[in-house]
Design a protein around this ligand. Structure first.
Ligand code: NAD
Length: 480
């Protein structure tokens, strides 16, 4: 396995794989063992200046490549990603911890993202507006916004990079992307697919380093015209305010605390099985992971019993072990966060139905956990757990559950399960979230808009909205 990972990982600046010049390095760790597997250098300001200059000249080149040609190159990159799924997924599991099967799905899903943007980039249409005067043409042109600064997180290191890189490139933009320092190897392999597909030098630049230093430097650079960040609400607010100071457009994909509403009219066992699978995927480190389970009172006991059984039965282990059903958390911070969150909930009266403890001393393993009797003032009721903890809550009727589901400042994903069409309509209208999925897990596809409201951020990363995020509107009025 070690041979698949490089000792010292490179950055990609102006079409070359280079070592950064700051002289500072950090270890990259295997979350299953908490042992170092590689080293990663930090970008200096001089490195960032090179990346900015490269992104500017890359933009000047790439914007002139026709949408038709860009599409061909991007589709080739998607084919290369698919052909290398084993290799990229292996690195992803090694550095992030998720099950190899999940890593493969992430890589294949990322190829779908590239391909969808490759197609949609050919449809960045403008329009003609009827003129008031004879001989005048009123035209709306969609132009690439310019060099982009992207910041992607460690929970889906390949998919989150895919969304930002593909959207930017399909629109004709260049990008400097700072991928996560904790999981740098899989984005490197991913970016190589674009390089080998023929993306010109400077169009993609991949850097790593101290996140706050890089984001402040890039956001304030006049060359950078658009910011795209995925991560926590506090960091998102900080970056949005920096973007505001420099009047930069931004897309903010921040955290959530997804409610799931299970009504009495559904068959509980099947829904519990589906939801347990969703909840513990990637050890719960998913911004759209269901976290607050509102179950209607007649079904509550049966649902909780089934869900708890399923959680108890999940084999936790190394992501490469075919028997594992959940891998480690990505870093020791998450294990500490689980412990403090649980301690707080228990001190306030919550009952642990199953789980609640770290597993072993090596690696970041934590038990799939189910909590009941959680009072509203417990931290877990208003802070995103971002880990394998599910909170079970009982409800009586639709109005009451909608109020409780909407009571937090977040609004990313939400879910409901009901057979009643009127309830489904009421819930889809009433949930104050950017995404509502009813009776199945139907969000986060390349062709559908992905994004939140309230403190979960603004802007979208999928669908036509995801392409528009990288386009600016130019109005041209032409007489003669
Ligand atoms: P964190 O808030 O320190 O970091 C979150 C992400 O933002 C990381 O990828 C980090 O590298 C990046 N980051 C941090 N400061 C930055 C800065 N000044 N400029 C640019 N990027 C910066 O927390 P963490 O411990 O890494 O992650 C835990 C929390 O982050 C979770 O509770 C979760 O809410 C959130 N998170 C959300 C997502 C998501 O998909 N929305 C992904 C990962 C983490």
């Amino acid at each position: 396995m070690q041979r698949q990972y490089r000792d010292t990982l490179p950055h990609y600046i102006n079409g070359a794989w280079v070592q950064p010049t700051s002289g500072d390095y950090q270890d990259v760790m295997n979350p299953s063992t908490n042992t170092p597997i590689g080293k990663l250098g930090h970008a200096s300001k001089a490195d960032l200046d090179k990346a900015i200059a490269a992104a500017q000249s890359g933009f000047n080149t790439w914007r002139r490549v026709s949408a038709f040609e860009r599409s061909k190159i991007l589709r080739k990159a998607a084919d290369l990603v698919r052909a290398r799924v084993e290799q990229i997924a292996t690195i992803l599991t090694f550095e992030q911890g998720k099950l190899l099967a999940e890593a493969k799905l992430e890589v294949m899903g990322s190829a779908d993202v590239i391909e969808w943007f490759a197609e949609e980039g050919r449809r960045a249409y403008g329009r003609i507006i009827p003129a008031r005067a004879d001989g005048v043409r009123n035209m709306v042109l969609m132009e690439p916004v310019g060099p982009v600064a992207g910041f992607s997180p460690w929970n889906f290191p390949v998919l989150q990079a895919a969304r930002k890189i593909s959207g930017a490139l399909a629109a004709g933009c260049s990008i400097i992307i700072k991928c996560p320092e904790e999981t740098p190897g899989s984005p490197i392999e991913f970016v190589k697919c674009f390089e080998e597909a023929g993306v010109p030098a400077g169009v993609i630049n991949l850097v790593y380093g101290v996140p706050a230093v890089i984001s402040e430097y890039l956001i304030s650079s006049p060359a950078i015209r658009k910011i795209s960040f995925t991560g926590s609400v506090p960091v998102g607010k900080h970056l949005a305010s920096l973007a505001g100071q420099h009047m930069k457009r931004s897309t903010m994909e921040l955290g959530g605390h997804a409610p799931v509403l299970v009504f009495d009219d559904v068959e509980t066992d099947g829904i519990a099985t589906l939801l347990a699978g969703m909840k513990y995927r990637n050890a719960g480190q998913v911004c759209v992971s269901p976290t607050r389970f509102f179950v209607q009172e007649r079904s509550y006991d049966k649902f909780v019993a089934k869900f708890t059984d399923l959680a108890r039965g999940i084999a936790v282990g190394d992501g490469f072990d075919p028997n594992s059903k959940m891998g480690p958390l990505a870093n020791p911070r998450r294990v500490n966060a689980m412990e403090t969150t649980l301690l707080d909930a228990q001190e306030k009266g919550a009952k642990v139905e199953t789980g609640g403890k770290r597993i072993g001393n090596a690696g970041n393993f934590f038990e799939p956990t189910v909590l009941t009797n959680v009072p509203t003032h417990a931290r877990i009721m208003h802070e995103e757990p971002f880990g394998p903890i599910a909170v079970m809550l009982r409800f009586k009727d639709t109005d009451e559950v909608l109020e409780r589901a909407n009571s937090l400042p977040f609004g990313l994903a939400s879910y409901a399960f009901t057979k009643d069409a009127k309830t489904a309509t009421k819930v889809s209208d009433g949930l104050d979230h950017g995404m509502v999925s009813i009776n199945h897990f139907g969000i986060a596809l390349p062709e559908t808009p992905f994004g939140g409201v309230k403190e979960s951020g603004y802007g979208h990363e999928g669908g036509i909205e995801g392409l528009n995020a990288y386009l600016s509107t130019k109005f041209v009025s032409h007489l003669g």
